[in-house]
Every structure is written in structure tokens, then in C-alpha cells.
Design a protein around this ligand. Structure first.
Ligand SMILES: [Zn+2]
Ligand SMILES: [Zn+2]
Length: 346
């Protein structure tokens, strides 16, 4: 198979021919039809993720067709269209048994713990517990865009922040995660406020459902600006970027008993950000993480997509080739693209 491959962190990956994967007893091999390019792939390539063992094939947001099935797999067979959450649970640890596969103790993550989907084929373990049947109405590129950012935002907004109609939801950072969170919050009847440093991204955020926008470069204090717009602070707030500044502002801009959800990754130098803890205590704020979404929760998200309430296809920017993905991956930390880049040519 053709695959993107690197032997050292921060070294330019190359696209080369590698042996085709074979399924484990409980796993499948998927012919990758589409796979999204994500900032987490850049973190992995930089060496920020301790799960990655070199040499490595990145890629964790994928959709495709099952082409080989391990002998222990019951629910899936060759030819079926599928996608998979980027955190796949083992199915038998305590977290998996309680339905929280997204924090499984023995998780399988394509593109992190194992070789990923920047390749013609990818092997996925724990298939019965994690694969998601893809409705015919949802194309592969759209399905790939769900694998990480959209699903994580769905869990962040719906399950962690428990956003309801009429609430104010601040979203810090209007990349793939932020735009997803805005679209999902708007679909729930909430009022999303988008914050970014790019007017172009803020215009796009309005098209995705933001009712107000703040360019962080144009205001003295982002939290004050959110408080002004929302009449006292956001009910829920998402740091969709992952930086000490956006994390701090996302907590600071909450009203009393508000909920902050950290979705943007905080790795390396950013792993221990400053938190306004006096406000957390005095105002009884809630702070959550959101780390992927369980396969069994995909049904709710897919139903909202099939009914047209959510349109993740609108978040897709460019369709690119595997070769074009090499420079795109290396420049991911400074990406100015509107929307998600998806590899659809291998
Ligand atoms: Zn588990
Ligand atoms: Zn991702």
C-alpha cells in the first residue's frame, strides 16, 4: 500500500510503498476512501504524543470500506461502509463496560497507538465494539470529517456541557473543532459566540451559526467582550484551539455555574495552563475535558446529519492527495485554511 511514513519526529515524511496490513482476530482492515488532516496529526509528527512509536504512519479521521475481517469479528463483513471514532475502546475494561470507551484504559487509536489512515489501507482492532455503519446518504469525505473534531465537539457540546436551547455558548478558536461546536450549538437552539483572531474565519463562523463574533485582536479583554454580548457571561464555553490564553478566557468568560469544556489539545509547553481557580470555586464553575466520542453515541449525531440539522460537509475545505498532505501536515500549526482538508486521493 502507499502510505505517509516518518522515521523521526519533525523530519519530512515521505510517501512510500509498505506491506498491506492484515486484521487481528478481533479487527478489520479498511480500504481508506477519505481521511481528514488534523492538528493532532501535527502534534504527533512533532513528537508531542507519547503513544507514538517510530517509525510511524499518521492519520486518525477516516472512513472507508471493510476489505478483510478477523475471525473473531461478528458484526461486520467485507464490503460494508464504515467509520470509527479515533479513540477505540477495548470493550472489556471498566470504562468500556460503563459505556465510556472514549477513556478506555487500553485504547486503540489509529495514527497514534498504531499506524493510521494516511495510507490506502488501515488495520483497526476491537472492530465489533467500535466500527460505525455509515448510512448511504453520508459520503466518505463527510464521514472522515466526523472522526475526531466533529464527534469530539458533539460530545463536548451535547454530553459534557449539556447545552440547551437559548443558552449562550462561547467558542474560542474557529478551526475544525470550533466551527463544529458552533454548528452543533446552533442546531440545539443555543446562541454561539465565535472568538478568533481572523476576520475571515469569523465570517465563516457566522455562516455556521454564530450569532455574534469577537476578533480577539480588536478587544482589550476577550472575557469582558463575551460578558457584554451575553449579558453576564456564557452558560457554556469551549476552548476549541488549545492554548493557555484561550483556555483561560474560556473559563473567565463564564457566568455563574457555567461549564467550560477543553477540547483543543494542551501538550508540551501548554500542558499546565493558568486557571482562574478563585472564580471556579466562588462561581461553582464546571470544567470538563472532551476526548473523542463513543461509537454508540454516533447514532444520535448521524441522525441529526441525515435529517439535515447538522451539515458537517459544509466544514470541508480542500480535497487533497496523499502527496499534497505531506506539506499540509508540516504546516498544520500555522494553517490558515478555511475548513477541514481531507485526503481523498491515495
Ligand atoms: Zn476499554
Ligand atoms: Zn483529529
Amino acid at each position: 500500500m502507499r502510505a505517509m511514513y516518518f522515521e523521526a519526529f519533525e523530519a519530512t515524511p515521505d510517501v512510500r510503498t509498505l506491506p498491506d496490513p492484515t486484521p487481528t482476530e478481533g479487527g478489520v482492515v479498511i480500504k481508506v476512501e477519505a481521511t481528514g488532516l488534523c492538528r493532532s496529526d501535527w502534534h504527533g509528527w512533532m513528537g508531542h504524543d507519547p503513544d507514538i512509536r517510530l517509525p510511524h504512519v499518521p492519520g486518525h479521521e477516516l472512513a472507508g470500506k471493510v476489505v478483510a475481517v478477523g475471525k473473531g469479528v461478528r458484526r461486520f463483513r467485507e464490503g460494508q461502509r464504515v467509520t470509527v471514532p479515533f479513540v477505540s475502546g477495548c470493550g472489556h475494561c471498566g470504562e468500556c463496560r460503563s459505556g465510556n470507551q472514549q477513556v478506555c484504559e487500553e485504547q486503540f487509536q489509529p495514527g497514534f497507538t498504531h499506524w493510521g489512515s494516511f495510507a490506502e489501507y488501515v488495520a483497526i482492532d476491537y472492530a465489533d465494539q467500535n466500527l460505525v455503519h455509515l448510512p448511504e446518504a453520508i459520503d466518505y469525505a463527510t464521514a472522515a470529517s466526523l472522526g475526531c473534531r466533529f464527534a469530539t465537539s458533539f460530545r463536548a457540546v451535547v454530553d459534557q456541557a449539556r447545552v440547551t436551547g437559548g443558552e449562550w455558548v462561547a467558542v474560542h478558536g474557529c478551526g475544525g473543532v470550533g466551527l463544529s461546536a458552533i454548528m452543533i450549538a446552533a442546531a440545539l437552539g443555543a446562541n454561539p459566540v465565535a472568538i478568533d483572531i481572523s476576520d475571515e474565519k469569523l465570517d465563516f463562523a457566522r455562516k455556521m451559526g454564530a450569532v455574534a463574533t469577537i476578533n480577539a485582536r480588536d478587544v482589550a479583554d476577550v472575557a469582558d467582550a463575551v460578558r457584554d454580548i451575553t449579558g453576564g457571561g456564557a452558560h457554556a464555553s469551549v476552548d476549541a484551539l488549545g492554548s493557555p490564553v484561550t483556555c483561560f478566557n474560556s473559563i473567565k468568560n463564564l457566568r455563574r455555574r457555567g461549564r467550560h469544556v477543553q477540547v483543543g489539545l494542551m501538550l508540551a509547553d501548554h500542558a499546565a495552563p493558568q486557571i482562574p481557580m478563585a472564580q471556579v470555586i466562588g462561581h461553582e464553575l464546571e470544567i470538563y475535558g472532551s476526548h473523542g466520542m463513543q461509537a454508540w453515541r454516533y447514532d444520535a449525531m448521524l441522525a441529526m446529519i441525515e435529517s439535515g440539522k447538522l451539515a458537517p460537509q459544509n466544514l470541508i475545505g480542500r480535497h487533497i492527495s496523499l502527496d499534497e498532505a505531506v506539506p499540509a501536515l508540516m504546516a498544520m500549526d500555522k494553517a490558515t485554511d478555511l475548513g477541514i482538508s481531507v485526503i481523498t486521493r491515495f
